[in-house]
Every structure is written in C-alpha cells, then in structure tokens.
Design a protein around this ligand. Sequence first.
Ligand code: COA
Length: 332
Amino acid sequence: MNKSRILGAGHFVPERIVTNEELSQMMNTNDEWIVERTGIHERRWFTPGVDTVTNMSAKASRMAMERAGVAAQDIDFIVFATITSDYFLPGNGVLLQRELGMTSIGALDVKNACSGFLYALSVADQFIKTGMYKKILVVGAEIQSSALDKSDEGRSSAVIFADGAGAVVLGATAQDQPGILSSHLHSEGAYAEELYCIAPSSSGSVRISQEMIDRGDFFLKMNGNTVFKHAIVRFMEVINEALDHNMLSKDDIDLLIPHQANLRISQYVQQKLGLPDEKVFNNIMYLGNTTAGTIPIALSQAWEQGKLKEGDLVCLAAFGSGFTWASVLLRW
Ligand code: COA
C-alpha cells in the first residue's frame, strides 16, 4: 500500500481588501463588534470581471506545483472542493483542468463546504494509497462574497465569509516516509438548514425565479449560535479521534491548522488542547472565512513562514455546513 504526502502548497487571494470600516458603511455593524465576536479585521473580496473561482484556483495550483517541483502534465487527477463554482454545472474541476492545459485527466468536485478541503484531501489520499494515481492536485477555492446579504438582515454572516483559493499537490511516497497518517470524516444532515443557501434549486419548477430572488434565496443563511455550539464540540471530538487513532497525544502536535471559521472557535479549541500560540495557525484576522479555501491557504502561508518543518505532526480540522466535520493528521 502506498502512502501520500503533500509535496507543495500554494494560494491566491483577490487584491480587494474589505475592512470592517467599509462593511459598516454597507450595514449596521462596527469594527468593535466584528473583532470581538469573530476576530476578523479585514477580508478579501473578488472583483467581478477580474477574479473567478477558476482563475484564482489556477494561480494557487501553479504555485503549489512549482513548490512541489511538479509539472502540470505530471498531475494524474484533480479533486476540487468548492460550494461556489463558476457554473451551476459543470463543476469547477474541469474548468481548472482546462485552465491549466492538462490533458484528459479526471476531475472530481466535492461540495462539503467548510469541510470540503479535508474531504477532498481524504479522497485523494485513498486514490494514492490504492495506487490508482501518483500525483493529485487538491484544491479548495471559493467566491463567497457574491452570496452575502450585505443588508442589516445578513450582517452576522456578511462579516465572516470571504474569497480565496488554496491548493496542494499530493504525491505517492514510501510507507516509512512522512505523509498522511489518517483522515476522519463525519456529517449530521439534521442540521442542514442551520447554514445553507437554497438557490439555484432543482426542486422547484425553475431553478431560479423572481419569487426566489425577492425572498433572497440565493443568499447564504446561517444560524450563528447553533453553528458555534456544534463547532466547538465537533472540532474537539474529531481532533481527539485522529490523535487516538494514531496513539498520539495533543502534546505531540507541532502545528494545528483549524478551518478558519471564527477566531473565537479556534481559540476555544486551542485552549481546550492547551496548545501555545506558536502551535496554532490562524489567518482569519486578515482573510476572513474562505470556506473550502481556508486550510490550503493556511498550509501555503504556514510553509512560507517556515512553520512547517519536515516530520512535524500537523493536525488539520474543520467544521461547517451540513453539518460536516473532519480531521486529517499528517507528518509534514
Ligand atoms: N454587527 C453588529 N451587530 C450584529 C451583527 C453585526 N455584524 N450581527 C449580529 N448582530 C447583533 C444581533 O442582531 C444581536 O442583536 P440583539 O441582541 O439586539 O438581537 C446581537 O448582535 C447578538 O447576536 P448573536 O447572533 O446572538 O451574536 P453571537 O454572539 O452569536 O455572534 C456570530 C454572532 C455569527 C459571530 C456567532 O454566532 C458565531 O461566530 N457563530 C459561528 C459562525 C461560524 O463560525 N460560521 C462559520 C462556520 S464554517
């Protein structure tokens, strides 16, 4: 059985910086409230006509491939995590495949929201373990800002979500080498409507109607309180599950990269695990919550900042819409 290892990570975020001050001109909010409840000072939003999920993910992928020392023609497969693809169909995997000029390799789309990248990484890991593929591009990218209700009604989610892309190249390696140790995936659909977006929907007479537009069905809707309460429980469970599975303890963790849902959630998890600041990577303060993008963007930045050293035990964990939650434990 093969083992898989992240060979390189890359990211891209749009140029446009949106500060809390700018948000407070669009809706009834303020910097103090946003910083206190979410830890976010600013985030990146795309520019229509300039940024797309496809071109942002292509930039992140090129960076990841360059750092991995892998050419586009060496990639065997794409797993693309996003809930905000450029088209309703086809999915973004094929659009990235075209953009990168790759030949007829397979491209799979994963729609598991904030846990999407970890689900995608786990899928890619299985393909490599079985020997089916040797090098897989695993991507998490989103444009969330166009689904945000920027009126007072939508302010609790409008201040959180943002745009960006991250990618890693996952490659086959020998069993005795560093790499992915295990992945753990969960869901609880009973809470689907606590964080969701209705339209475009296939179960009406048309996918998008004037009535749906008037109701704001195309906006992201979130019950922040419920999400928060479940997130802090599930984050802890799934991190402990990964550690127990590998007979490791929280003291063995060199770097925890939590999905950047909300800084208060990351801080709660950090405190419960008793980890010092240097062992937890956060960038939500200046990038917001980019859904499937947060973990690969963080991996790329952590590597740039010298925070990922060969053999380090890295714990990735996520929670989000579905509800879904997941963890991946790996040696860098
Ligand atoms: N600016 C100012 N006030 C706001 C606001 C904003 N952006 N959003 C909500 N409020 C107001 C509410 O209207 C409410 O006012 P009221 O008391 O007069 O009714 C008050 O602030 C408290 O609202 P509440 O929703 O109870 O706040 P909260 O402490 O739960 O914080 C979240 C809201 C969204 C920040 C918080 O619930 C949260 O972080 N949830 C998790 C969200 C998350 O992580 N999502 C990503 C999942 S991947």
